[in-house]
Ligand binder design. Structure first.
Ligand code: WTA
Length: 635
């Protein structure tokens, strides 16, 4: 029996039991047999959740790119590693083999070095979904630079906040990007961001849309001529197991985005192991994850997890709606995709367009369907299962987070019986628990509480960049000796988990995590705004959408609220990005507050969701009278 590849349910139980009874022995065996090391570890695990401090494979030395690229060259050199499908369907796809990937990563790594980047330096990667994005990421890992990929849909302000937070020395970008029928001036956004960044010395610019852009003398350089000159050989830097591999920012309930720090060995092992099993990947399969590499899903399951298994990973530049809503299925047919991984929001948007655009294509290559990023509702689950999977491709509803690095609760296809809307059982090595409000662990089945994890797993984030205290407070303070996820969940009668959603002020819109605080801060910068509160409400396609309650300094009748709403949304787009725009804006005379002055978001959430019958007792509020008028004027 192989612990690395689980093939049936009894095997899952057996391996799971071993993985939690003797975690160190278990992970040591996986590490030993399936990865290449420059030096073996002294100790498998050291941990203390009260500090918190977590170390996996201390003493080991490795380079993740040797595991993701070099070791495959002897047997898989001519196999496609990255299959790039461009935005425009008439532009040919690119099959980048492992040999070519090796050369291109090494060239890029040499360019980084020639431009002064050393081990430990932070490099911001703000590149659309073109091969250079994956290659730049791996090139950083090759030389031990810490990559900080910022999703290329974020605004200049959001970009500069992230660059400054981790003092990036370099930015890698492109002249622009294609998104459906539109082009986006990425370099212009970088120029604007860098007006408020002092740490950046160099900007490398990939050519994608051939637009006429401004190149700042002494700072900006075109990438291609540098790559053409660079050697295709670059020795891999020796990395310690716990050296940081990357920083990735995620929204919190309050304050600025958190730079989650992932380290090298544990992250590699866990993403590789979960990829292999959760997708039941076989040697000649073509795997496609539709996420952007700017999110954790892309890091773990477009780049590192698949490449560590020598897989073929599709990278799609475009959007599901261009040139029409059949694009995903056209790509599945064209590349004979075997495993397909997407988000519920995309499934809902596609389902809305019926089956005609699905039926046009041959989807018989599909074996496994994945879902990630938010709870998948029953209707979307069935559409995915029936219309796309033809009831023969199991759906893996994978629950995990930027902080967890890899999948935590998920069915293993053809192994775990699935159940609509349930993420089902913990992955090998993962020990979830549910807590009640008083911090007691809920025992047995048929219980609902807050989802925590009791024991370390290899790919957990180790800290928040520059703010270990915040890491401790956010994840390890709510419950003693547990990692708190911020999600609620229930456990059914057979022990299956269903994720019920966030229990904090993070709202997931179209699969993107948004903290309410930064959006409210952006709104409050508008000169006419006195105060604002953002809540989520259910939305057919996006899962949740944003509802803003805004009080103005002067609620004069003469104000044009339509224009004001537009200005406010523009401000949000400028400060955060278009994904954070509000769907509904209600101008109110006041916001309901407790006697201690806290905004009663629970109440606002219910009103936004049209749950008006069940608002509870509002008489203890500081200003109960505003509730009636908010209710009356709800949108
Ligand atoms: C939510 C994405 C229900 C959850 C990998 C989590 C999910 C947050 C699921 C993390 C799922 C993710 N079912 N909810 N299958 N997957 N979530 O950091 O609230 O972008 O805490 O990581 O998304 O989002 P993040």
């Amino acid at each position: 029996m192989s612990n690395y590849h689980i093939k049936n349910f009894p095997e899952y139980y057996h391996v799971y039991r071993n993985s939690v009874r003797e975690p160190e022995t278990f992970w040591e065996e996986i590490a030993e047999e399936h990865f290449v090391w420059k030096k073996k570890w002294d100790k498998v695990l050291e941990w203390d959740f009260s500090k918190p401090e977590i170390k996996w494979f201390e003493g080991a030395q490795l380079n993740i790119t040797e595991n993701c690229i070099d070791r495959h060259l002897a047997t898989r050199g001519d196999k496609t590693a990255i299959l790039f499908e461009p935005n425009n369907p008439s532009e040919p796809a690119q099959h980048i083999t492992y040999n070519q990937l090796s050369e291109r990563v090494n060239q890029f790594a040499n360019v980084l070095k020639e431009n002064g980047i050393k081990k430990g330096d932070r490099v911001c990667i703000y590149v659309p979904m073109i091969p250079e994005l994956a290659i730049a990421t791996l090139a950083c890992a090759r030389i031990g630079a810490i990559h900080s990929v910022v999703f290329a849909g974020f605004s200049a302000t959001a970009l500069s906040t992230r660059i400054n937070d981790s003092d990036c020395k370099m930015v890698i970008t492109s002249d622009g990007s294609y998104r459906g029928s539109k082009t986006i001036d990425l370099k212009g956004i970088v120029d604007e961001a860098l007006e408020s960044c002092n740490s950046v010395e160099t900007v490398l610019v990939a050519k994608r849309i051939n637009s006429d852009i401004n190149m700042k003398e002494g700072r900006d350089q075109w990438l291609q001529p540098l790559l053409d000159e660079a050697s295709t050989v670059c020795e891999a830097e020796v990395m310690e197991a716990e050296d940081p591999l990357f920083i990735l920012y995620t929204s919190g309930s309050t304050g600025s985005p958190k730079g989650m720090v992932h380290t090298t060995a544990g992250y590699m092992i866990y993403t590789a192991y979960t990829f292999k099993n959760a997708f039941q990947y076989r040697e000649n399969d073509v795997y496609w994850c539709t996420a952007d590499i700017g999110w954790i899903t892309g890091h773990s399951y477009i780049v590192y997890g698949p490449l560590a298994n020598g897989a073929t990973s599709v990278m799609f530049e475009g959007v599901p709606s261009y040139p029409d809503f059949g694009r995903f299925w056209e790509i599945v047919e064209k590349h004979k995709v075997n495993q397909f991984y997407t988000a519920p929001t995309a499934i809902r948007a596609l389902a809305k367009h019926g089956t005609a655009l699905v039926d046009k294509y041959d989807l018989s290559s599909l074996k496994v369907l994945g879902s990630v990023g938010e709870p998948i509702n029953e209707e979307a689950w069935h559409w995915y299962n029936d219309t796309i999977g033809k009831k023969k491709s199991p759906i893996i509803d994978t629950w995990w987070q930027t902080e967890t690095g890899g999948m935590m609760i998920t069915p293993i296809p053809f192994v775990t019986p699935t159940k609509p809307t349930y993420a089902t059982l913990p992955f090998i090595g993962i020990q979830p628990c549910l807590m009640d409000e008083n911090g007691n662990e809920l025992q047995g089945n048929q219980v609902e509480g807050r989802l925590c994890i009791k024991y370390p797993w290899p790919s957990m984030a180790r800290t928040i960049w520059g703010n270990h205290q915040r890491y401790k407070e956010t994840y390890f303070s709510a419950y003693k000796n547990c990692y708190f996820t911020g999600d609620g969940a229930l456990r059914d009668e057979v022990g299956y988990y269903r994720i019920t959603g966030r229990v904090d002020d993070v709202i997931i819109v179209s699969g993107h995590n948004l903290g309410t605080a930064p959006i409210e801060d952006a709104i409050n910068e508008h000169p006419a705004v006195a105060e604002s509160a953002i809540v989520g409400f259910p939305h057919d396609i996006k899962g949740s959408a944003l509802y803003g309650y805004i009080t103005l300094k002067d609620l004069g009748e003469s104000r044009d609220h339509t224009n004001l709403s537009k200005e406010i949304n523009q401000l949000i787009a400028d400060k955060i990005g278009p994904i954070a725009k509000l769907d509904k804006i209600q101008f109110t005379e006041g916001l309901p507050k407790t006697r201690s002055g806290k905004i009663m978001r629970r109440l606002l959430r219910k009103i936004a969701s049209n749950e008006l019958d069940n608002l509870g007792d509002v008489s203890t509020l500081l200003n109960p009278e505003v509730v009636e008028s908010i209710k009356e004027n709800r949108l």
